[in-house]
Every structure is written in C-alpha cells, then in structure tokens.
Ligand binder design. Sequence first.
Ligand code: BES
Ligand code: MN
Ligand code: ZN
Length: 474
Amino acid sequence: MEFSLINTQIQKFDGDMVVVFANSESTFNDANIQSLIELNHFESKAGEVLLLSLVQGFKARQVLVVGLGEKPNTAKNYIKALTSAGRILTSSKAKSSMIEQANIEGHDENWRHRISARVLKDAEYQIQQVGAQEQVATLENIAIQSSYNDASELLQGSSIASGMSLTRHLGDLPSNICTPTYLAQTAQDMARTFNLECDVLEEADMSALGMGSLLSVSKGSIEPAKLISLSYKGNGNAKPIVLVGKGVTFDSGGISLKPGAGMDEMKYDMCGAASVLGTMRAIAEIKPKLNLTIVVPAVENMPAHNASKPGDVVTSMSGKTIEILNTDAEGRLILCDALTYVDKFDPEVVIDTATLTGAVIVALGKHHCGLMANDQDLANDLLAAGQQSLDTAWQLPLDDEYDELLKSNFADMGNIGGREAGTVTAACFLARYTKDYRWAHLDIAGTAWVSGAKKGATGRPVPLLTQYILDQVK
Ligand code: BES
Ligand code: MN
Ligand code: ZN
C-alpha cells in the first residue's frame, strides 16, 4: 500500500474508489451525493459508511461516504471514520483510491497526513492463520487530498503502521511458535534487514552477569531464556533512548498457577517485547537523527519440578535480594535485571512497556495505558505523545507509601505488595532498579490486545512510543 498527496477535485479522481466525509452539519454542494445520502437515511455517525456506485459527476467507480459524527470534526472521530474506510477499502477489489480532505479540530495538515497513512495501513493488517499463506492486498495506491506537497509525514505514518503490524503479528502468534528463541531470531532478522546491531545473551551469559532474578522465572521451562538487544544508530555517539519490553512468551503463572479460563490470552504476555520491536522497525524505516536501543528479556513462565516456588529467595544482578512470594508476579522479576543491564548503554532515558498487572485493567480499562515515572518532565512528554497519536496513557502515582508494601522479612523486598494498588506496587518494585537514570513505565496489560470475538493484538503502544521518539529530534 503506497501513499501520495494529491491536489485535485474529488469528482475528477479517475480511480476505483473515493472516500468523502460527512458530519452532522455537512451538506454536499454535490447535489447527487446529497440526495443519495438523504435517500439512504445516512446519519453521519462516526464511522458509519455508505457505499455508492456509479454516482453521476464522479469519475471514480465508487464513492464511499463516511460519517464523522457531531461537528466539529474531532481527532477520535476521524480515526473511527478512517478505520471504517480502511476496512471497506482493503476488503474491496479497489486498487486505487483517493481520500477527501477534512479539517480536524486542534490538528494541522501534517498530523492529518501521518494519522491517515497510519490508520489506513493498519486496517490492512490481517490475522494470519497458522500454516496459511500471507494474503496479498489488492489496494495499491491511496492518494490523500491536500494542498501541501511535503509527503514525509505519510512515510512516517506508514512506517508506524508497519511497526504495529510486526507487533500485532508477534502478539497473535501462539506461544508454541513465538518462543524466546523466536523473538531472538526476529531481532536478528531485523538487524540484517535494517543494518542494526543485535546482541543475544544466552542463559550462561546471564548467569555470569548474576541475573538470578530473570533466570528464576525461566528455570521451570524447557524454552531457554534470551536477553535481546537491538540498536539503531542515527546520531553518532549521542546517548540512546532505551526501550525495554517484557517478553514472557507464555505466562502460566508458574507454581502460583493461573486459573484455566482465558489462559490462552497469556500468549500476549510478550506484547511489551513486541511493541519495542515494532517501534524499532518504525524508527529503522524512518531513520531519524538519534540513537535507539531496545532490550527484551524473553522467557516462558511454567510450573515444573525445577520451577521457582513461593518463598524462594533470589539475588538480582543489582545485588538486591527478592523473596518470590508469588511466581505469577514474574514480569517484574525479569524486568529488574533488564533495567540493571541497560546501564551499560549509558541511556538518555529508559522507558519500559509491559503487560505487567491485571490491576491496571481494573483501574483504567482498555482505553489508556498506565504510566508511572521517576521524572515528571518525561511523564509529561509521554502523555503529550499519547494525545498526539491518540494512543493515550494515564499517569498513576509512585509515592514512598506504596513502596513500603514491598517489605519482606527474608530479603530486601518481596515481589508483591498485597491486594491494594497492584499496578503501583509493581512499578515501585521496578523503580528500585532505575535510580540512575530518567525512567518511565507503561503498563499495557489493558491496551495491548482485545478479548472476545475480535480477539487480537492492537499494536499499542507503538504509535505513542514512536511519536515520543520522533518528538526528541525536533
Ligand atoms: N501477565 C500478568 C498480568 C496480566 C494479567 C496481564 C491479566 C493481562 C491480563 C502478570 O504477570 C501477572 O500475573 N500479574 C499478577 C500480579 C499479582 C500476582 C501480584 C496479576 O496481575 O494478577
Ligand atoms: Mn504473571
Ligand atoms: Zn505476566
């Protein structure tokens, strides 16, 4: 799917399908469209569609009318409208199409270009059934109506979507395919494709570094743990932005076994890893002037005779000891060693993303990612990047009072803080390992995938992270 900017009248576009927008107050100066809208009782609800064929006065074969909802046109409704349009476009036989210009409140043309390319290309993503061939899309060209001629934001939007598609694909893969070894292989393939530096630590290497916490999670699994790092260098020796992604390729809970219902969804427990790999792909395509490193601790959490048991005490790479009170609080056990390890990159800033707690779904549902940080400027930048990309986050506190809940009689800390504020105490645990740099944590347990009939990975928070990273160049 290729994007371009075009500055012609929508009626004159000589292709398969044109997309025009209608909101609660729009009346079309094209009388044909106006009467067809009325005839079909089209209400212009956000995302509502009306597909018309052979409309008089239009050169294109089909006209897709898409609702933008109540006036003024909001960014959220624009995304809803584009998502519907993208679905129709990619499932039709159309090869070429044109999207009408729309004014979106609070946003400029560049924003519209980037978001249009991203949302339309993301709509092309299809879940690949295991063993099936990848389907080739019929839609080849999308021309976005604009009076601008700088198409760089289209490339950015389309690169963000290709990052999201990697993230979604890895998330959707079952855990018997997407193992820690598979994630390492994926990173190595990316290194070759995009000319990146890749380094994969094996269990023996991690053991030599003293990563007793990370290894305590994987020891009950037949799948060997990997610690993957991948670096993009676009600005000489500048300090890198470092992203860390939780890569639990299956979270059974370990000896603190999870209940059976819905346990299949724990294949998504590597969506943090998938999102930093996807962000790397987007950045490697866009090639901005900065340095980026991603680090992925990848493990499988299984019960076994040789698995960690509640009450076990382990020593992390930092030297701090941890009493494992619940083997299902494994994400923080692998992240703490990864967060100590990233010191070697001399990071400008460190952001981790993790499907860390069920509690964040209780607190924020499936709309916002949970955000916690040891630096308010960084938190503000991430909140702003979320607003820009409409991949939003909501900040939760990190006061000392919560940290005290991690007290243990047998080690420097326990790995759980009790029933209350589970998302915050998980972040407090991580915060103990991030004192040496500016750090933020995104809990994406609610946003990384959807359940039910539309079960599948969302590709979040690739748009937020990529937006934040690109904002650091300007
Ligand atoms: N991967 C889970 C978090 C999770 C749960 C994500 C449900 C999405 C849906 C994490 O490893 C976990 O099990 N966390 C526990 C922590 C608890 C034992 C303190 C949880 O949230 O129940
Ligand atoms: Mn768990
Ligand atoms: Zn987990």
